[in-house]
Design a protein around this ligand. Structure first.
Ligand code: RNT
Ligand code: ZN
Length: 416
């Protein structure tokens, strides 16, 4: 009997349908963020990322053009099992023949290359207006700016992005999640905490007044506790974003697990939101002491988040997107480790005897619950994982590092 068959038996003895788990995993889309490949720079400006977030590190081989970024993503895709969706930021517009459009004037045609890329690979596309790394970010503010010209510019950007999101959904036939995040805030103590939030609210309402099909475009608002240079006050705080989504039909809350106080966990927030929202969205990252956007690993909180989606039958209600950026190691490796880790977390959740554990809780059999929860941790998960990778035609073990090395030598090293 193969290791897979033996492992399968162990799980089945606990009531887990392994074949069904694998089938479910193969069909659950996870958004792959284009911005890990070039340190969140994009193609519409020169210079590094600015505006409340930061990449650190200077590893060789950053993608500098759409062609390089797409080639790198293809490498990642070839190393990762599971269904992928593409996640693009507005600053990744592809301009051709010397043309240029500022953020408020972006059009669907500037993203045709991404549509072609996604369609050829059977992927949907998620989208993000880019409210950072731009001269119109005035005094660190965009949608909440007291300067009407600035605010108007960014509202127009948001509206343009709604139209582009609609285009993505129409072209791919798959709904487009459009996430609104700004770094708006103050480094030091503000004298008015309400005004910026009222303007932010009005701005997002204006953006959402742009016509779109609610079944195809899913706008979200992402909250944050603080950012670099805006340590004292964030306009789009947790309460602001959650209440905005709750009171605006069709708008989803987006939780990024790097955006809370360090002892708060998003795993516990997922079921809280599922009580009220038909759909929610996630940014999956790894905060180390703060919103440091480290590469996602197969660690305890990552596993817990996946469990909360899977055991609440919410894979079709939670839009899952990766969001991290590490420039200190091989970027393709960083992308791949993160995607594979989230796949492992989902598989682990799907292989957990959730029915049985829930029953023990409901019967108040808490001793047995603790015992079984601990015992399942050492089941032969790796044998199922390897089988899953094989069935998806991707490397099942560490052998993929050789492919990274070859790619680094033959492709990345030439980018000088
Ligand atoms: C920043 C937010 C935001 C960005 C991306 C690039 O703290 O997490 O989602 O990471 O939009
Ligand atoms: Zn995020």
């Amino acid at each position: 009997m193969s290791r897979y068959d033996e492992a399968k038996k162990r799980y089945e003895a606990l009531g887990v349908d392994v074949e069904k788990a694998l089938e479910t995993l193969k069909n659950a889309p996870v958004s792959l963020h284009c911005w890990q490949g070039d340190d969140v720079r994009g193609f519409d400006h020169d210079g590094p990322l600015t505006g409340g977030i930061q990449t650190t590190g200077n590893y060789m081989g950053r993608a500098r053009t759409p062609e390089e970024l797409m080639a790198d993503m293809d490498k990642v895709i070839s190393l990762c099992p599971g269904k992928k969706k593409l996640n693009v930021h507005a600053c990744y517009a592809v301009f051709e023949n010397g043309e240029f459009a500022d953020r408020d004037k972006l059009e669907p045609k500037h993203f045709k290359k991404w549509v072609d890329f996604a369609k050829e690979r059977n992927m949907g596309i998620d989208f993000n207006p880019t409210f950072f790394s731009h001269p119109m970010v005035k005094d660190g503010l965009t949608l909440s700016s007291p300067d009407e010209e600035t605010r108007k510019f960014w509202i127009e950007h948001g509206k343009a992005c709604i139209r582009i999101s609609q285009y993505f959904a129409d072209e791919t036939g798959i709904p487009c999640v459009m996430n609104i995040w700004t770094g708006d805030g103050y480094k030091d103590i503000p004298s008015d905490r309400l005004g910026p939030r009222e303007r932010y609210k009005d701005s997002i309402e204006q953006i959402l007044s742009e016509p779109y099909d609610k079944n195809k475009v899913k706008p979200c608002v992402e909250s944050k506790v603080f950012g670099i240079g805006v340590e004292s006050y964030t306009v789009g705080s947790a309460e602001f974003a959650l209440t905005f989504a709750a009171t605006h039909d069709g708008c989803l809350p987006l939780m990024d697990n790097g955006h809370y106080h360090p002892t708060e966990v998003v795993s516990d927030k997922i079921p809280a939101l599922l009580c009220f929202f038909p759909e929610i969205a996630l940014h999956i990252t790894r905060p180390v002491r703060w919103d440091s956007d480290h590469v996602v690993l197969f660690d305890d909180e990552t596993k817990e988040m996946a469990k909360e989606i899977v055991r609440n039958n919410a894979l079709n209600r939670v839009y899952m997107a990766l969001d991290y950026f590490d420039a200190s190691i091989n970027r393709i490796l960083a992308w791949t480790v993160g995607f594979r880790s989230w796949q492992k977390a989902l598989l682990n959740a799907l292989l957990t005897p959730n029915e049985k554990l829930k029953e023990l809780q409901d019967n108040n059999s808490l001793s047995e619950l603790m015992m079984l929860s601990e015992e399942v941790k050492t089941l032969p998960f790796g044998d199922i994982w390897e089988h899953y990778c094989e069935s998806e035609n991707v490397p099942k073990d560490e052998s993929w590092f050789n492919e990274i090395k070859t790619y680094e030598e033959t492709v990345l090293a030439k980018r000088v």
